[in-house]
Write a protein that binds this ligand. Structure first.
Ligand SMILES: *Cc1c(COP(=O)(O)O)cnc(C)c1O
Length: 462
């Protein structure tokens, strides 16, 4: 299996190379050259298997010769061993025809653990074999960073630097990044918004001297291996509701478009997904773009669902690549226009996107109201991101097709918003109840590429 860049100008890579690289050298994102399709019988045979076995069967065709079957099985087993639920991604019913896919039973209580725990084990296995060492940098609106630090802490072939927007992540998110004591993890609190953090990470990747000098590797949601890990739970959940004999729809709380793009891949692989619904908070650029074709960032407004406070949605580039018939030059042109303020999706590409994706948005008041109403109706306490999903799913549900809404974080990760909506303060699961007592370690840094690069060079030299 070979991987190509969405901008058409970077070298074609193997799975292992694409995973270790993250961002392509032409600024694009890696996608598989072809998407393998599972037969009706192969999908039907997934029913009743463990999460790990489904993960093996879904991901195996994408990894090529990178690992033997036994080695890959072991990697998957280690990745999901630390989850607090035997089913890994349990499905609970909210209402007739509406289900919630709980993706928050991993070590940092958000769905990012599904991809990050796997990628930690994949990196470890690949680097152990080659004897190399890499420097991982990532930007986070809160959950990616904590998941990355948790996945890589203590691994000997890796240093991890996470940039998060100072003062704009929840206390639980911050503590999950600042309390691990291993020397190879570094939490950096940067002045600015998430988009600024993400822009500095992109700058580091485009500074080839720095990139090669420190052997930079990226684990942000643009990393193909992360998208791949997220394809698995679309299969486990749909099959448990009767696929492939029956169609299902999904609603996905969306920011960087990684999680929903995994749903697109599942659909291309043959899973009978009826509708893929993009749910945004008040930062609804994706909803507006899918409605009108106009993609024009106009500033982030902080919300109670901070992991979705995004205007430059990096994985959307992958969706554009397919909507434009895999035309790398066209995607490149759009991304140049984005740097200059925004772009308009062509009529044909917009039609292709609208055939694949529906969308909706959710205001702050609607988010709170949905948390309260869902608790009352079903006893399920939602985090604000999951509530955005449930609200949009309720708007878009159709009677004859079951809807699965992805619950992307545990309510205890955002206790203030949940308490304000319901009067109930969600507690942390017992396995992490001492989080508020552990001591913190963090470096404040200005929004300046040179300062960030110097700090990274210094730290890895020691
Ligand atoms: C990251 C995140 C999202 C958005 O996921 P994308 O893949 O960036 O679209 C939604 N909810 C939570 C809790 C998250 O951490």
């Amino acid at each position: 299996m070979k991987y190509i860049s969405t901008r058409g100008q970077a070298p074609v890579l193997s799975f292992e190379e694409a995973m270790l690289t993250g961002l392509a050298r032409d600024g694009g994102l890696y996608v598989p050259e072809t998407i393998p399709v599972l037969s009706h019988d192969e999908i039907a045979a997934l029913a009743g298997l463990s999460y790990e076995e489904v993960a093996f069967r879904i991901m195996r065709p994408f990894i090529g010769e990178t690992f033997t079957d036994d080695a890959f099985r072991e990697i998957i087993a280690k990745a999901y061993d630390g989850f607090g639920h035997a089913a890994r991604a349990p499905l609970v019913q909210l209402d007739s025809g509406h289900f919630l896919l709980e993706l928050f039973h991993g070590p940092t209580l958000a769905f990012k653990d599904f991809a990050m725990q796997l990628i930690g084990q994949l990196f470890q296995a690949a680097l152990k074999r080659s004897g190399e060492r890499v420097t991982i940098v990532g930007a986070t609106s809160g959950d990616t960073g904590s998941a990355a630090i948790e996945a890589f802490r203590g691994l000997d072939a890796v240093d991890v630097f996470i940039l998060y927007p100072h003062g704009r992540v929840s206390e639980v998110q911050r503590r999950q990044m600042t309390t691990p004591s291993e020397d190879n993890v570094h939490a950096l609190a940067m002045d600015g918004h998430f988009d600024d953090c993400q822009a500095r990470v992109k700058d580091m990747f485009n500074d080839f001297e720095f990139r090669d000098g420190v052997r930079l590797a990226g684990v942000n949601s643009i990393n193909w291996a992360r998208v791949l890990a997220q394809v698995v739970y679309y299969f486990t959940s749909a099959v448990s509701l009767g696929a492939p004999g029956r169609k299902v729809s999904f609603t996905v709380p969306t920011g960087n478009f990684g999680d929903i793009f995994a749903g697109y891949i599942a659909k291309q692989m043959g899973l009978p997904i009826d509708r893929l619904v993009v749910a945004t908070n008040q930062n609804d650029i994706l909803h507006r773009c899918l409605s009108t074709g106009e993609y024009r960032p106009d500033g982030v407004i902080p919300s109670i669902s901070p992991s979705m406070d995004i205007q430059v949605s990096s994985n959307f580039e992958r969706a554009l690549f397919y909507a434009y018939g895999q035309d790398g030059a066209a995607v490149s042109q759009l991304m140049d226009e984005l740097k200059a303020g925004g772009f308009t999706v062509s009529q044909g590409a917009l039609q292709a996107l609208q055939e694949l994706f529906d969308s909706g948005n959710c205001s702050e008041a609607e988010t709170s109201a949905t948390i309260a109403a869902t608790l009352k109706a079903s006893g399920e306490l939602l985090c604000p991101h999951s509530a955005v999903g449930v609200k949009v799913a309720n708007d878009q549900r159709q009677a004859d097709v079951p809807m699965i809404t992805l619950a992307t974080a545990h309510p205890a990760k955002f206790p203030d918003a949940v308490e304000a909506a319901t009067g109930e303060r969600p507690g942390l699961p017992a396995r992490m109840s001492d989080l508020y007592e552990r001591s913190e370690r963090v470096t404040r840094i200005e929004n300046d590429l040179g300062a960030i690069e110097s700090l990274i060079r210094e730290r890895i030299a020691n």
